[in-house]
Design a protein around this ligand. Structure first.
Ligand SMILES: [Zn+2]
Length: 286
């Protein structure tokens, strides 16, 4: 499932295809994704220039000249494909899971493909975005100025849920999902099972830069995976990462001198990956 760095990579990848260009044609190929498409979506986008592409949490925000914004969420399996106009055989025929096709002036085609259809699109007045039901209650961006140890300390105060669960709460901080929370807790050497209110101030001070580092590294890796997209058709949104904890059950911990192995445990209906030595997880916790 795409998290903040993947959505940021999609945003950066779409910029050369869409920014400053007018939407020539939109083909909405089914009535809904997770919920119905906004009314007259194709009509509202056609003939409008894309002013900018932004990201808020895991939402892609495409601001149009009409003062409306297209909100896109990739869900579990959504992806954006770019077909550049110079391909010798022209654009391929849309496939089964190509749900929306945007043809931009100049011939570039952007396709939203989503086999599981947990993604969504909505439109709203750009000026009213902060009040949109999907965006109104999201916490600060982890890479923004509003996220620092003072904020995080105050936000964790009195929270009895596990720190892992707290960091997944989008009202607390935007855009973090299971992968990057596991990675951040491993790198900050905090037990995922520790109650949020018990995380000592020194660890909270460690956690803020660690979260930023991990996201910035992932965005940089995504950026380097974008290099080829100008030459060939690009499939944005998914690329290989090297994780330290996530998905490495039973493998040796990557911390220098640690003899531990990465353990997987069920926590809040998701898998948590951790090193019981580095993260000081007691038997009864994990
Ligand atoms: Zn370790």
């Amino acid at each position: 499932m795409p998290e903040l760095p993947e959505v940021e990579t999609v945003r950066r990848g779409l910029e050369p295809a869409m920014k400053g260009k007018t939407v020539a044609h939109v083909d909405v190929r089914r009535p809904d994704l997770r919920w119905p498409f906004p009314t007259r979506m194709a009509e509202r986008l056609t003939g409008q220039k894309v002013l900018r592409l932004r990201r808020r949490s895991k939402y892609l925000l495409i601001d149009m000249e009409s003062n409306e914004t297209l909100i896109v969420h990739l869900g579990m399996s959504g992806r954006m494909l770019i077909h550049w106009p110079d391909a010798p055989d022209g654009h391929p025929e849309p496939e089964k899971h190509d749900h929306v096709v945007f043809d931009m002036e100049g011939g570039v085609r952007v396709v939203f493909n989503d086999p599981r259809r947990f993604g969504l699109m909505d439109m709203c007045q750009t000026a009213a975005l902060d009040r949109h039901k999907l965006l109104a209650h999201i916490g600060p961006e982890p890479l923004g100025n509003g996220f620092d140890d003072t904020y995080l300390g105050a936000a964790l105060l009195g929270r009895k849920t596990a720190i892992k669960t707290a960091l997944l709460d989008q009202k607390l901080v935007a855009g973090l999902g299971n992968i990057y929370v596991c990675e951040a807790l491993w790198r900050a050497r905090i037990s995922p099972f520790m109650r949020a209110c018990d995380v000592p101030p020194a660890k909270i001070r460690d956690l803020v830069p660690v979260i930023r580092e991990i996201l910035v590294e992932a965005i940089e890796k995504g950026g380097s995976s974008l290099k080829d997209y100008r030459q060939t058709d690009g499939d944005l949104g998914y690329f290989q990462h090297q994780f330290a904890a996530y998905g490495r059950e039973g493998k040796p911990c990557r911390a220098p001198d640690c003899k531990g192995k990465i353990v997987r445990a069920a926590q809040g209906g998701r898998s948590t990956f951790y090193c019981h030595i580095c993260q000081n997880v007691l038997e009864r916790d994990g």
